[in-house]
Design a protein around this ligand. Structure first.
Ligand code: BT5
Length: 283
């Protein structure tokens, strides 16, 4: 049986360098494991219809309904450092490709989730393999609401439940890889700066009451280095470089659960501290 992710379907859709070679399997434990061969070139992509041991970050699981998800891994060789930034680059490319296909507004929940209407439709996992990075991207595409995992950290949605329509996974993958390639090249050349406006426009957490580890406050911008700025009740802005974001009461972007900083007694003038200000901490 041929599907919308079959190599023959994808060959006619590929727009750039990513996706060559294209490793397609019906089933595997995790597409992350298919790109471990050191002989594979940058740009190799592995895709599966179903994963029996799909993984998220920190040992968590990524669940799929066979034939309904986009489950892919991309081999990149970015050189040393700045992996958290690459996670944002991949999440942004995923959000943009989803928007292009579905016309639904997609947002990036720092550092690695893509949401529509406050629900998680995609997740990114970066893993080091020798000197390379394997970027794993999972998108819920065709699941009906009953086929989505329940009791997830953020409620789940699929492109189908969010848009009310079916979508072609091959076209999504081709758009995603195209945008990832453009974003990756721009990031390698000039860092996150060229992606900043697109990222800020899709920043899901702005204005939300959040906690990351011991840092609690209201999420502000994404810092130039890729960290999340959090305005603490004292008015200090703390930049958190990585970690798990807990949103008080959950994210509900549709209902604009935005907290006015003045409600917290914070002088709005203190929200945007200039770079190098002693109030700016890096963790
Ligand atoms: C992620 O981790 O979101 C990264 C997911 C990466 C999956 C891709 S698929 C292709 C490649 N091969 C793999 O084996 N993995 C990558 P994290 O932020 O840790 O989120 C994991 C959490 O999301 C779980 O603990 C659940 O709460 C929730 N979750 C699991 N499956 C989900 C789904 N299909 N949709 C929405 N949420 C889900």
């Amino acid at each position: 049986m041929t599907t919308d992710l079959h190599p023959e379907a994808f060959a006619g859709l590929r727009r750039g360098r990513l996706g060559d070679p294209y490793l397609y399997v019906r089933e595997c434990r995790s597409t992350q494991e298919l790109l471990r061969d050191a002989a594979l070139p940058e740009g190799a992509v592995a895709v599966a219809e179903h994963q029996t041991a799909g993984r998220g970050r920190l040992g968590r699981r990524w669940e799929d309904a066979a034939g309904s998800s986009l489950l892919c891994s991309v081999l990149l060789r970015p050189g040393a450092g700045m992996l958290p930034q690459l996670s944002l680059v991949a999440a942004l490319a995923t959000a943009e490709a989803i928007e292009e296909l579905t016309r639904c507004q997609a947002r990036v929940k720092w550092p690695n989730d893509v949401l529509i209407g406050g629900r998680k439709v995609a997740g990114i996992l970066l893993e080091l393999a020798g000197g390379a990075v394997v970027a794993g991207i999972g998108v819920n595409v065709g699941q009906e609401s009953g086929e989505l995992p329940e009791a997830t950290r953020t409620p789940a949605a699929s492109l189908r439940t969010a848009s009310g329509r079916r979508h072609d996974r091959g076209r999504l993958l081709a758009g995603l890889l195209h945008r990832l390639e453009l974003g990756y090249l721009a990031w390698q050349r000039d860092g996150l700066a060229p992606l900043g406006p697109s990222l800020e426009a899709r920043h899901a957490l702005r204005g939300m009451p959040v906690r990351v580890g011991e840092v609690e406050g209201v999420a502000a911008s994404i810092a130039p280095g890729g960290g999340l700025e959090i305005v603490a009740p004292s008015g200090r802005t703390v930049v958190v470089e990585s970690g798990e974001v807990e949103v008080a009461g959950g994210i509900d972007v549709d209902e604009q659960r935005l907290v006015d900083v003045q409600d917290l007694g914070v002088d709005p003038a203190q929200r945007q501290l200039p770079a190098g200000d002693p109030g700016l901490e890096h963790r």
